[in-house]
Design a binder for this molecule. Structure first.
Ligand code: HEM
Length: 165
């Protein structure tokens, strides 16, 4: 109990440079939402740390320039988003990172994300992986890890006029 308290206190004390503070949460690799691959094959297919950094930066750039979803990213902490996404991908791709971000349900709560938003983001990720020269089979293996996260991320099925955004 004391340890939990201390962990929460430390996490809320000082966010990394350039990032906004977030509400306290318990850090765990389980928050990444998928188990890591078992060997380094995928890490190599994604060209390691530099490759993953390029892919995440490219995907985030595409998201904020994409008229279908750009509004969702306005006013968000993109420095934290890039950092935690790189950690998440590195963890899942067996690059040896720890994931320090929130779980997918908490990270996307109250955004009212729809199936179409998820499809747009996946498309942008595919384009970023293609730009990096990641092989098609490796791309699909990562996407298969991300696909089940949809149930924690998408809250509104289909596109309706009741979209709260
Ligand atoms: C499998 C798909 C997705 C993954 C793996 C993913 C991953 C992440 C991660 C790691 C974070 C940061 C967690 C943290 O700050 O602790 C995050 C936050 C965020 N995500 Fe996603 N995400 C996905 C889908 C989406 C979609 C479809 C959208 C919108 C089109 C979206 C928009 C955002 C935004 C705006 C934030 C920042 C929230 C904040 O700072 O409060 N994400 N996501």
């Amino acid at each position: 109990m004391m340890l939990l308290f201390l962990t929460l206190a430390l996490q809320s004390a000082s966010p990394p440079p350039g990032e906004e503070p977030v509400a306290p949460y318990v850090q765990s690799d389980r928050n990444a939402g998928a188990a890591a691959f078992e060997d380094r094959t995928m890490w190599r297919a994604f060209h390691g740390e530099q490759g993953v950094a390029r892919i995440v930066d490219n995907m985030v750039e595409r998201n904020i320039a994409d008229p279908r979803i750009s509004d969702i990213f306005k006013g968000q902490d993109l420095i934290r988003l890039r950092r935690t996404l790189k950690e998440q991908f590195c963890y899942i791709l067996a690059g040896g990172c720890r994931y320090s971000g929130r779980d997918m349900r908490a990270a996307h709560a109250d955004m009212g994300l729809q199936t179409a938003d998820m499809a747009a983001l996946v498309e942008n990720l595919q384009a970023a992986m293609r730009d990096e020269g990641v092989g098609f089979a490796a791309q699909n293996r990562l996407l298969a890890k991300l696909a089940p996260m949809r149930r924690d991320i998408v809250k509104v099925r289909g596109t309706t006029a009741a979209d709260p955004r």
